[in-house]
Write a protein that binds this ligand. Structure first.
Ligand code: FAD
Ligand code: NAP
Length: 547
């Protein structure tokens, strides 16, 4: 809590949810529906989470909107019309605002307050949660729906404070329109956020200088409006589409090519890559079933992507710089673009390869690299996030027996099922480390985890259980499993944010669960059916049954 602020009694709840993105909105909705006194707390002034903050030009989803939307309510699903294959940020935000209003959720949220600390009181098995608005909430259960990609990474580049021009972060883009007309713009970062925004900024700015440390693979979105016929067909197919997605590998109905590359000839292989490329975006990363497991197969996909890049980029030296050489394709999230590579054919766009000429400092007028100085009016950071753990560890969380989240996760996040942490009873994460989250359609992963947690809380209530905590041995086993399945793939080879490599000093651990969304769902179902094996459930005297 900020010094000097007064603690006001802000109520006592059964469930306190942090975050008003896809996960937090659904968590509050489900908790209220299950009869709990629930409240949500959100740092932003409104709902939306990712889609509230990331308003940069070109921001849109990379999972098709018809899949990247709630499945829990058929009427909601049938009443909302997505205008494009991949919706823009304003459209997704409008959808989430619509959901909040349709289910009457806004009055159950407190906006504009950031949770700063959470303390577990072992005496009465209740959390006290404080915010930067000087409030203290008490709740038996806390659900951290704080996002996997919500803690912006602001790299400590020497001289950053000195820049006299306009500074923008893609992850905290202003609400008012930003004009680039006539400006010399620089952008640091060529991940999904940079790659989506660069083509649009280039069209408006006088000049755009792209500061690239590592190139990423990007596949065109082939975005387009959805026709009326498609809208009708989607409605008819929705139940089957959702059924397949629920037990799929990544929360969408798409499947890999039915044969391995070794069962087919070169012509069929190239046709399969071409067909998948034309489906657009991230799907290309899994054209063949063994593409992210077998380096030889992966190399074929890389060669295909490389040829596509070379065919678009006119200057082959620039193409060389744009082609990744440091990671198997798909082991960092493939970016989904609209005209990215062609942007480098524009006269007003310059690519600066920071591997050849690293940034030495930011000055009042721009960026100095080891070799050149670039004068800028506007500097954009598209530098990503302290992913998966950052939003949780930025809260001072103290659990039972003196446990602190910073220590508990000091060697990497330890969780049971990606939802519970030993030492932190009655606290749950949604879309956190140890869960499929960022490797799947995150709307469906949020729904699945929220359902599981709220069902657990309802089961606790009916059994008189007041305290639920993951056992240390079950968490160690799950975390070991998360690591083990990751190492069956090529993913750990990449210096990605999946392993925390983008944050200096962060322990290198593969954080999301790569065993598949469907397999994960089944494991969660089994744990519930087995009476919550791996958890300690405690009932306090006077409040129900005993341990
Ligand atoms: P978020 O939407 O991140 O919401 C978390 C909320 O918690 C935020 O509003 C934040 O302000 C709040 N919060 C965090 N800490 C605190 C605190 N201490 N106190 C108070 N409030 C707090 N995923 C996909 O599956 N498909 C996509 O196409 C896709 N596109 C993306 C595009 C962008 C630009 C980004 C950044 C991510 C994208 N993702 C995508 C991932 C995306 O984050 C998830 O799909 C989804 O929106 C996450 O929802 P969430 O509710 O779990 O978290
Ligand atoms: P990101 O993928 O982590 O990219 C950040 C970029 O900034 C990288 O190019 C990184 O270079 C660079 N960078 C970081 N620190 C730097 C420094 N000190 N100096 C120079 N360069 C630096 O972040 P993101 O683009 O925001 O995307 C994060 C994730 O959010 C995505 O992978 C995706 O899951 C999701 N997302 C999705 C979409 C979508 O298409 N729907 C859009 C945006 C985001 P290095 O690679 O060398 O570290």
């Amino acid at each position: 809590m900020k010094n000097g602020t007064t603690v006001v009694p802000s109520g006592t709840y059964d469930v306190l949810v942090v975050g008003a993105g896809f996960a937090g909105l659904y968590a509050v909705h489900r908790a209220l529906g299950a009869g709990f006194r629930a409240i949500g707390v959100e740092a932003a002034p409104g709902v939306g989470g990712t889609w509230y903050w990331n308003r940069y030009p070109g921001a849109r989803c990379d999972v098709e909107s018809i899949d990247y939307s709630y499945s829990f309510d058929e009427e909601l699903q049938d009443s909302w019309v997505w205008s494009e294959r991949y919706a823009t940020q304003p459209e997704i935000l409008a959808y989430l605002e619509h959901v909040a209003d349709r289910f009457g959720l806004r009055p159950h949220f407190r906006f504009d307050r950031r949770v700063e600390s959470a303390r577990f009181d072992e005496g009465d098995a209740t959390w006290t949660v404080t915010t930067d608005a000087g409030e203290a909430y008490r709740a038996r259960f806390v659900v951290l729906a704080t996002g996997s990609l919500s803690a912006p990474n602001k790299p400590p580049i020497p001289g950053a404070d000195r820049f006299a021009g306009e500074v923008l972060f893609t992850a905290q883009w202003p609400r008012e329109k930003v004009s680039f007309a006539g400006k010399r713009v620089g952008i640091i970062g060529t991940g999904s956020s940079g790659i989506q925004s660069i083509p649009i900024i280039a069209e408006e700015a006088a000049s755009l200088t792209v500061f690239q440390r590592s190139p990423n693979y990007s596949v065109p979105a082939f975005n387009r409006p959805l026709t009326e016929d498609e809208q009708v067909r989607v409605r008819a197919e929705y139940p089957e589409r959702r059924r397949r997605s629920a037990y799929s590998g990544a929360g969408t109905p798409h499947e890999t090519y039915p044969k391995t590359v070794f069962e087919i000839d070169e012509a069929e292989r190239l046709a399969a890559f071409e067909a998948r490329w034309k489906e657009g975006g991230v799907l290309f990363g899994k054209t063949f079933p063994d593409q992210t497991v077998d380096e030889a197969v992966n190399k074929m996909a890389r060669d295909f992507a490389e040829a596509k890049i070379r065919a678009i980029v006119a200057d082959q030296r620039t193409a060389d710089d744009l082609i990744p050489v440091d990671h198997p394709i798909g082991t960092k999230r493939i970016c989904t673009d609209s005209g990215y590579y062609a942007t480098f054919n524009r006269e007003n766009v310059t690519l600066v390869n920071l591997r050849r000429e690293p940034i030495v400092s930011i000055t009042e007028r721009g960026i100095e690299t080891g070799g050149s100085s670039y004068e800028l009016d506007t500097l954009i950071y598209a530098t990503g996030f302290d992913a998966m753990t950052g939003a949780v560890t930025r809260i001072d969380i103290r659990g039972a027996r003196g446990a602190r989240i910073g220590d508990a996760w000091g060697e990497g996040p330890v969780t049971y099922l990606g939802m519970a942490i030993p030492g932190f009873p009655n606290l749950f994460t949604v879309n956190g480390p140890g869960s499929p989250s960022v490797l799947a359609n995150m709307v469906l992963t949020a729904e699945q985890q929220v359902d599981w947690v709220v069902d657990l809380l309802a089961d606790c209530r009916s059994r008189g259980v007041t305290e639920v905590e993951a056992r240390a041995d079950s968490a160690a086993k799950w975390t070991g499993h998360v690591d083990e399945v990751a190492h069956r793939t090529l993913f750990p080879k990449a210096d990605s944010w999946y392993v925390g490599a983008n944050i200096e000093g962060k322990r290198r651990v593969f954080m999301p669960y790569i065993g598949g969304f469907g397999a994960y769902r089944r494991t969660c179902e089994q744990v519930r059916a087995g009476g919550y094996e791996g958890f300690v459930l405690t009932a306090r005297s006077g409040e129900g049954a005993s341990r």
